[in-house]
Design a binder for this molecule. Structure first.
Ligand code: HEC
Length: 204
C-alpha cells in the first residue's frame, strides 16, 4: 500500500501543477536561425567592429606581430631556453623543412623535386637574411612572404618565436669557426672520434 501511495502522490502532484508547453516553444531564435526581422535575414547579429573574443585581447604587439613602433623587433620577446630551441626545431622540421631544408638553405625536398616558382625558396644564409631583425622572420611565418603562404593557422605565436629562435641557431651553425669553441672543446676535437655503436651491445 505504501508503495502505491508513494507512486500516486507525486503523479497526482504533477498533474495538479499542470504541464505547460510555453517553456519549450518560447518565441526565441537559436544561433544562425533565419529571421524576417532584420534586413539581412539572419537572426544572429554581426559583431560590432573591434569586438574581441574573451581571452583574445592581444595587447602585447611585439609578441603577436613581431613589430613595435612600426619596426621589426630586434630581440625575441620570450626567454630563449634550450626547451624553446627544441620546440622550434620540432616545429621547423615539421612545417618548414619540406621547402627550406633542414639547414635552412632552401634545398628542401619539394624545392629539389620540381617545386617551380618565379622566385626560389628563401635561403636563410644570405647576408641580407643574416642581418634581418628577428621580427621579420616572425612576420613571414605570420603573414607569409611573396610566394610563401602564411603559417598563422598552424603555428601559435609562442611556437612562431620558437621557430625564429631555431632559425637564428641554424644561421649561427653555418657561420661557426673553431674560435667559437672554448679550450676544453677544442681539446675534444683532437681526440679520436668515439664509436657510439660499440657501447650499445651490438644488437643489430
Ligand atoms: C611550400 C614551400 C614553403 C614552406 C613549407 C615554407 N616556405 Fe618559407 N619560403 C618559401 C618561398 C617560395 C619563399 C620565397 C618567397 C618569395 O621570395 O616570394 C620563402 C621565403 C621565406 C623566407 C625569406 C623571406 C625574405 O625576406 O626573403 C623566410 C624567412 C621563410 N620563408 C621562413 C619560413 C618558415 C619559418 C617556414 C616554416 C614555418 C617556411 N618558410 C615554410 C616557401 C616555403
Amino acid at each position: 500500500m505504501r508503495i502505491l501511495r508513494n507512486l500516486i502522490l507525486p503523479v497526482v502532484g504533477l498533474a495538479l501543477v499542470g504541464c505547460n508547453t510555453d517553456m519549450w516553444v518560447q518565441p526565441k531564435h537559436h544561433p544562425l536561425d533565419e529571421s524576417e526581422m532584420f534586413a539581412d535575414g539572419q537572426a544572429s547579429r554581426p559583431l560590432l567592429q573591434g569586438t574581441i573574443a574573451r581571452g583574445h585581447l592581444r595587447e602585447d604587439g611585439a609578441f603577436y606581430t613581431g613589430i613595435q613602433n612600426g619596426k621589426w623587433v630586434d630581440a625575441i620577446p620570450v626567454p630563449v631556453t634550450m626547451d624553446l630551441l627544441k620546440r622550434g626545431q620540432d616545429r621547423y622540421n615539421i612545417y618548414c623543412t619540406p621547402c627550406h631544408g633542414q639547414l635552412g638553405d632552401g634545398k628542401g625536398m619539394i624545392a629539389q623535386r620540381g617545386f617551380q616558382l618565379k622566385r626560389p625558396v628563401g635561403n636563410y644564409h644570405t647576408k641580407r637574411l643574416r642581418e634581418m631583425p628577428v621580427g621579420h622572420f616572425y612576420d613571414v611565418i605570420t603573414n607569409g612572404y611573396g610566394a610563401m603562404y602564411s603559417y598563422a593557422s598552424r603555428i601559435e605565436p609562442q611556437d612562431r618565436w620558437a621557430v625564429v629562435a631555431y632559425i637564428k641557431a641554424l644561421q649561427l651553425s653555418q657561420q661557426g669557426t673553431v674560435n667559437d669553441l672554448n679550450d676544453s672543446q677544442k681539446a675534444e676535437l683532437d681526440k679520436p672520434a668515439k664509436n657510439e655503436a660499440a657501447h650499445e651491445g651490438g644488437s643489430h
